[in-house]
Design a protein around this ligand. Structure first.
Ligand code: ADP
Ligand code: MG
Length: 262
């Protein structure tokens, strides 16, 4: 099962959601791989180490110089979550590939094939652009979820472009389904958040009931490379992340696995 987290707006919590939901899914007993498709390499910085570039980053898999298995990092900052990281050089590769005649949006899907069955779920964090890399992510995915930052009405501007892009991706990849929009940085006391929450369902065919609250825990956790669940398991925001992950499981048909079944 491959899930993309996509929205061409930056700063809507794609990366935050990818890493935190990955942790919550691993705690459900699932084998999880996160793939960093954003050349800003934020997932890589959070799950690996802010200072280092992985020895075998995704761009080396995509350019054919190494196999995907060699790129998998098993020791990450989150138990049960493996990573394929990237570096800024992924942006150069994207430019080169884009300029290549017949460059295929199925490249990522082909390259991931050897590890697809190894994991219960592969989460693809995508760049803030409706670009070649995002098209590759959607071409490889079974589901796409879209984080929306609920603190600004601007969150919904451009939703039509994203919906149209996903529609195009579905023509190329009929397996792809829209999983739902996820409200992030949500504060139900704020009028603007309630407005965005109400309006979101006019733009997206599904909006998750569970929302990610606005919290200082995300930034606090980033400083020490910790997810919100690692920071404090019983906080409101941790419960919210678990709620989002479980709702995603029920939408996608993923089932939790008892730890001793492995
Ligand atoms: P994207 O990947 O969509 O660009 P990020 O996940 O990097 O977005 O998040 C953008 C910023 O918002 C980061 O500084 C992150 O720490 C912050 N952030 C994300 N989620 C929350 C939240 N629930 N509460 C507060 N800040 C958040
Ligand atoms: Mg990001």
């Amino acid at each position: 099962m491959i899930i993309s987290i996509a929205n061409h707006k930056g700063g809507v919590a794609k990366t935050t959601l990818a890493v935190n939901v990955a942790d919550a899914l691993a705690r459900e007993g699932l084998d999880v791989l996160v793939v960093d498709l954003d050349p800003q390499a934020n997932v890589t910085a959070l799950l690996y180490s802010a200072e280092e570039t992985p020895g075998v980053p995704l761009e080396k898999v995509l350019d054919g110089s190494t196999s995907v298995a060699q790129a998998v990092i098993e020791q990450t900052t989150v138990d049960g979550v493996h990573l394929i990281g990237c570096s800024l050089k992924l942006a150069n590769l994207e430019r080169q590939l884009h300029a290549t005649p017949f460059a295929s949006t199925s490249l990522l899907s082909q390259k991931l094939a050897p590890v697809t069955k190894v994991y219960d779920v592969i989460i693809l964090d995508t760049p803030p652009a409706l670009s070649f890399l995002t098209a590759n992510a959607l071409a490889a995915s079974d589901f796409v979820f879209t984080p929306l930052s609920s603190g600004s009405k601007l969150s919904l501007i451009g939703a039509d472009d994203l919906v149209a892009f996903i529609h195009q991706a579905k023509i190329a990849n009929p397996r792809l389904k829209f999983g739902g929009a996820v409200l992030t940085r949500h504060d139900s006391r704020k009028k603007v958040c309630r407005l965005v929450q109400e309006a979101a369902s006019e733009y997206y065919e599904r909006v998750l009931e569970n929302t990610m609250p606005l919290t200082t825990d995300v930034d606090k956790g980033q400083i020490v490379n910790k997810t919100v669940l690692q920071l404090e398991r019983d906080s409101n925001v941790s419960r919210a992340v678990v709620g989002i992950a479980r709702e995603m499981m029920s939408i996608t048909g993923l089932e939790s696995k008892p730890k001793d079944s492995k």
